[in-house]
Design a protein. Structure first.
Length: 227
């Protein structure tokens, strides 16, 4: 099974790319989706967060007040690290379990989507290729401000909390440019999907050729030992 890691900056277009891959038939494991699941009321990560940050970060329902918690952690790198310590072990465990399930089902490839793929580095050893979704710094700010209703200062604070997109692009195996229109980005995703399937078929053939050569070697070994 081949594992692809998709990452990028906040509001650079990771969700657009991962959703397009899912529509094409590729299994997608999204760290952001899992992150919401592991902090549901009463779960271990939720208890750790409440223990460290207090009930002030909860809504009346008991669910996390995400905007309030985000404002706290993006203003303080120490508290951001503390939040990551509360959630990341559970996120990684859930992602690894999901990878195992896909492997047991015989999936030829799976995409892992993680905004902090390079920052944490803890999933990189699993991956065959890394993919970065890129856009301009101006677009990133504009999209983030519009999406989350943030001021420019708040948006900059969140962008600067992550590794820069330029550095991520240098470290990536594949860069998908999301600076243009949606149709152009989707065409690049389809090209990536084509390459993923081609690589999967190529490696599948290599495995069968290797197996065939091994069987032939064993047959020759058995035959000449009988002579």
């Amino acid at each position: 099974m081949h594992l692809y890691g998709v990452t990028g900056g906040i509001a650079s277009g990771k969700s657009l790319v991962s959703a397009a891959l899912a529509r094409l038939g590729c299994p997608v494991i999204d760290a952001d989706v899992i992150a919401r699941e592991v902090v549901q009321v009463g779960k271990p990560a939720w208890k750790l967060i409440v223990g460290h940050f207090g009930v002030e970060v909860l809504q009346r329902s008991g669910e996390l007040d995400r905007p309030k918690l985000a404002a706290i952690v993006f203003a303080d790198s120490g508290k951001r690290r503390l939040l990551n310590m509360c959630t990341h072990p559970y996120i990684r465990r859930a992602m690894m379990w999901s990878v195992l399930m896909h492997f047991l089902r015989g999936q030829p490839f799976v995409v892992l989507v993680s905004p902090l793929l390079f920052e944490s580095g803890q999933l990189l050893w699993l991956l065959n290729k890394t993919v970065v979704v890129n856009c301009t710094a101006e677009q990133q700010l504009e999209r983030l401000m519009s999406r989350d209703n943030l001021s420019q200062e708040e948006a900059l604070q969140r962008v600067n909390a992550q590794m820069s997109l330029s550095v991520k692009c240098q470290r990536a195996d594949v860069v998908i440019d999301n600076a243009g229109n949606r149709a152009a980005t989707l065409q690049r995703v389809e090209a990536l999907w084509t390459d993923m399937r081609r690589l999967s078929v190529h490696r599948w053939l290599l495995r069968w050729i290797a197996l065939l050569l091994l069987l032939l070697s064993l047959c020759f070994f058995y035959y000449f030992n009988k002579l």
